[in-house]
Ligand binder design. Structure first.
Ligand code: NAD
Length: 456
């Protein structure tokens, strides 16, 4: 495996890939190791996870450099991700014992009914590169805490970070035969689909997710998919400060270079504030510092995958051809590495790919709307269902719109955020199942019902 730096296109590591044989050996070891791990008290397992969290925080700077080198994420955003993901460990510390304890439902003296939450066994975690800490922790830390063994396959674009997780989990006391990080791309992921895992937990694109669900369906084991989105934000005419609304919307769209599953991907703006909003949006986007992701001042670095440059260029071309106005950006940047100019397209509509297909890059389409009803209809005109947001002064007005959204997460006066205290889930093409929250702890368990009767 050749690992390239997206900021320069240069080779930074030449990695030895796993093979079907090494995978099989690791899987057999996990099978045995998991039995011992699951027999240990939750408190002990949690102690290892907390220790892992401390080690990561102690080595944060070095880890941020690795993440930036292989993904092109601006260094400050790498630091933010590593620090922010720690809240998953705080959540587990506060809730895991309760969520995994036996739950007594009825106790009459003669009849005792309870639920025990047993681990699934050995699970496969096939993951994405865009926020490897967040999306990785959502699965493997929760699965380990619940008593599972984990074979973790990071994305081929975040492999060095994946190996760091393995190193620090083992140093923290998670046995080697309980967590294994395997190296490889889609072909190796495909091999994992042929193996007999007790659950498949995937984060990535709709296309791959659907393929995984179809391939493993016959195994009748849990399959959870955290997929893409085309997340809308409606800016209503009663926002208190149009400029501030534009700054916040731009951050939701362009943070991590737009490569967030819950990035703002479509903007709908009330007609009475449309011109002012677009002007403020363009001004904000033009102020972004583009450059070397290792520089602390950079807000927009390269996109992680070279192939995405062509996807973005085509979306711009399609939109302009159908009547969009290119306000700023629109082309790959002429420099070394995979840079694309932060792009704003105004006068958009739903005939354009930029309003329908996931962009996953520094580009946003804006459409004018004349009523809340029109905004609602457009927001819902999508195959995805990850998040939806409204900026408005009026909670009731926003609530009416957001209650009607067929999305896993809704935001009033915020966007592009994830909290471990509430579930993270997508609907329709955005996925199935939930991570985070108490539900996300129990996602890695299977309930066993106990019916206990006193001797007759
Ligand atoms: P991807 O689907 O290209 O790859 C994801 C993983 O699947 C990688 O590890 C890859 O090696 C593996 N893979 C590829 N082909 C496979 C196969 N045939 N069998 C098994 N595994 C295979 O996605 P990506 O580019 O890594 O991530 C970007 C996508 O992920 C975007 O659509 C984004 O919205 C989505 N995402 C969703 C969430 C969420 O929580 N909903 C979070 C982050 C990213």
């Amino acid at each position: 495996m050749k690992i390239l730096n997206p900021a320069t296109g240069e080779l930074i590591a030449d990695w030895k890939e796993d093979t079907p044989e090494t995978l099989s050996g690791k899987f057999e070891a996990l099978r045995e190791g998991q039995k011992i791990w699951s027999a240990r008290p939750v408190e002990e397992r949690l102690e290892c996870i907390k220790k892992f969290g401390s080690l990561v925080q102690e080595n944060k700077e070095e880890l941020a450099v690795v993440l930036t080198a292989e993904t092109g994420k601006p260094i400050q955003q790498s630091r933010n991700e590593i620090a922010g993901a720690h809240n998953r460990i705080e959540h587990l510390s506060a809730y895991a014992l309760r969520a995994l304890a036996d739950e007594v439902m009825i106790d009459t003296g003669s009849t005792h009914e309870k639920i025990r939450y047993e681990p699934l066994g050995v699970i496969a975690n096939i993951s994405a590169w865009n926020f490897p800490y967040n999306v990785g922790y959502n699965v493997f830390l929760y699965a380990l805490t619940a008593g599972n063994g984990v074979m973790y396959k990071p994305s081929e674009y975040a492999m060095m970070t994946g190996k760091q997780f393995e190193k620090y989990l083992h140093l923290a006391g998670v046995p080697e035969d309980v967590f294994q990080c395997v190296s490889g791309g889609g072909a190796l992921g495909q091999v994992m689909l042929e193996m007999n895992f007790d659950g498949y937990f995937f984060t990535g694109s709709y296309r791959t997710g659907r393929h995984i669900a179809e391939t493993v369906a016959h195994k009748l084991v849990p399959v959870q998919l955290e997929l893409g989105g085309k997340d809308p934000l409606y800016v209503a005419d009663d926002v208190p400060d149009i400029k501030q609304a534009a700054i916040n919307a731009a951050e939701g769209a362009f943070y991590n270079n737009g490569q967030s599953c819950c990035a703002v991907e479509r903007l709908y703006v009330s007609e009475s504030i449309y011109d002012q909003f677009v002007e403020a949006l363009v001004e904000e986007v033009r102020s972004y510092t583009i450059g070397d992701p290792m520089s602390p001042d950079t807000f927009v670095g390269p996109v992680t995958r070279k192939a995405q440059l062509e996807v973005l260029r085509k979306q711009v071309e399609d939109a302009v051809h159908k009547g969009a106005i290119l306000k700023t950006g629109g082309l790959p940047v002429e420099r070394k590495g995979y840079y694309f100019e932060p792009t704003v397209l105004a006068n958009c509509d739903h005939r354009m790919d930029v309003m329908k297909e996931e962009s996953f890059g520094p580009i946003i389409g804006v459409q004018k709307v004349s009523s809340d009803e029109e905004a609602m209809a457009l927001m819902q005109d999508t195959a995805y269902g990850l998040t939806a947001a409204v900026f408005s002064s009026d909670e009731q007005r926003a609530g009416t719109i957001l209650n009607a959204m067929d999305a896993g997460t809704v935001y009033w006066n915020c966007c592009d955020r994830v909290s471990p205290y509430v579930p993270w889930s997508g609907r329709r093409n955005s996925g199935v199942g939930a991570t985070l929250s108490v539900q996300g702890i129990r996602a890695f368990t299977q309930p066993k019902a106990y019916h206990w009767r006193a001797p007759l």
